[in-house]
Design a protein around this ligand. Structure first.
Ligand code: PGA
Length: 253
């Protein structure tokens, strides 16, 4: 059974005090995620320790880094390593968010290395993919996303790719209030799954969780999450509001 995941991406937002307040609000919520449902909080690096300490006893709740570096350790000023995460008990990391790709020039090869080092350290990578608007306008989205998967993921072994979580985030829907329709999300998720099936097998493809990201809100989460190939969401803006994010967690299948 595929994991159903509601992942929050706080991005570069919130003061330490605000982060603490939001964590407290989320933890005060009496509705814990169900048996196969997971909440993952991708918090800014300075708050990882706080988030991990606070959520330690919460059921099915994990903390994620928003980025890691592709090397184990060394003279890489300003970077966060998987060794550091592992030593803190952090077991998820977002890899290749479109903002990393666009503003920090992270390419498919580097992102493939980041995925590999995460897996080496038992950290679940949430690998982001998705097309820009100009690509969708010429209906090039399927080929574009296939290229991202092929270049970064498809040299992994079958055992390893099963451990990757994929987040499909069409760039035109991120932070714009413009959500893909549930049909557009389902079509792309089915496409991604078919590509995994083609490169590995249908059994492997059936075990990979694929999240949708891009203006997910409390009001639209249910419709998107009920699509057969959508296994939850990666949520930016709406995850900064506890009530809104809790509604999204409750919309998991
Ligand atoms: P959004 O961001 O929910 O604010 O559109 C999603 C993301 O970038 O992960």
């Amino acid at each position: 059974m595929r994991k159903q995941i509601a992942a929050a991406n706080w991005k570069m937002n919130l003061s330490f005090q605000q982060a603490e307040g939001l964590l407290n609000q989320l933890l005060a919520n009496p509705t814990a995620p169900g048996a196969n449902q997971y909440v993952v909080l991708a918090v800014p690096a300075p708050y990882l320790h706080l988030a991990k300490q606070k959520t330690n006893d919460a059921v099915n709740m994990h903390v994620a880094a928003q980025n890691i570096y592709s090397k184990k350790s060394g003279a890489f000023t300003g970077e966060t390593s998987v060794e550091m995460l592992q030593s803190m008990g952090i077991d998820y990391a977002v890899i290749g968010h479109s903002e990393r790709r666009e503003y920090f020039n992270e390419d498919n090869t580097l992102l493939g290395d980041k995925v590999k080092i995460c897996l080496e350290y038992n950290i679940t990578p949430i690998f982001c993919c998705g097309e820009a608007l100009y690509i969708r306008e010429v209906e090039g989205q399927n080929d574009y996303v296939t290229g991202q998967l092929q270049d970064s993921l498809f040299d992994l072994s079958a055992d390893k790719i099963k451990k990757v979580v994929i987040a499909y985030e069409p760039i035109w829907a991120i932070g714009t209030g413009k959500t893909a329709t549930s049909l557009q999300a389902q079509q792309m998720h089915a496409h991604i799954r078919s590509q995994i099936a083609k490169s590995y097998s249908p059994e492997v493809a059936d075990q990979v969780s694929i999240l949708y990201g891009g203006s997910v809100k409390g009001a639209n989460a249910k419709e998107i999450f009920t699509q057969p190939d959508v296994d939850g969401g990666l949520v930016g803006g709406a995850s900064l509001n506890a009530a809104e994010f809790i509604q999204i967690v409750q919309a998991l299948k």
